[in-house]
Design a protein around this ligand. Sequence first.
Ligand SMILES: CC(C)(COP(=O)(O)OP(=O)(O)OC[C@H]1O[C@@H](n2cnc3c(N)ncnc32)[C@H](O)[C@@H]1OP(=O)(O)O)[C@@H](O)C(=O)NCCC(=O)NCCS
Length: 173
Amino acid sequence: MISGSKIILRKKRLTDAQNDYLWQSDPELARLDALPPVTIPFDEYLPAYTSELRYSAPTRHSFAVETLDGKHIGNCTYYNVNEAKSEAELGIMIGNRAHWDKGYGTDAVSTLISYIFRNTNLKRIYLKTLDSNIRAQKCFQKCGFTPYGHLVRDGFNFVLMEIHHKEWQEQQT
Ligand SMILES: CC(C)(COP(=O)(O)OP(=O)(O)OC[C@H]1O[C@@H](n2cnc3c(N)ncnc32)[C@H](O)[C@@H]1OP(=O)(O)O)[C@@H](O)C(=O)NCCC(=O)NCCS
């Protein structure tokens, strides 16, 4: 378990499946992630979810985001871990809309970055977000990410953002 000031990050559990299914099948949340919503029924979703939890790839580390009183409000992940390049990609989803714009996303991302830079050899974290997703960009900027380019993929326009260990370390003082 990793503690922030407003959230904790904990290991994913099978009991998260119901919330994750709800969020992944929500068209607005899927659109914010530039993904198609999940449309299969829950009883088909669960077996794949279970095996992903059991056999998770070493290049992917997913955490549930919980409020301090134990409510599961989203997920935060670092993935595409590339040891040779000392870098990984970061993703976040606060699925529970009642918790948007209250600092939970910023605390979850800051807490995960701090964990990564203190506990792994990774030196660069990068991400992509839709250029229309101003909330996400503000959240990432508050965590110290800076834009470094644009990407057009599958008809979506993304802003690319990154943070380096050295810059993060300087921001800590
Ligand atoms: C994006 C997300 C992680 C941000 O987390 P959050 O807890 O809602 O955000 P925070 O409260 O930490 O920060 C958001 C900031 O954006 C601001 N904001 C929100 N909408 C805005 C808008 N339309 N224009 C300008 N600023 C905006 C908020 O006021 C806040 O800034 P402040 O703290 O200076 O007031 C979360 O909303 C989420 O997961 N959304 C759904 C999925 C998604 O977009 N994922 C990101 C994919 S890359």
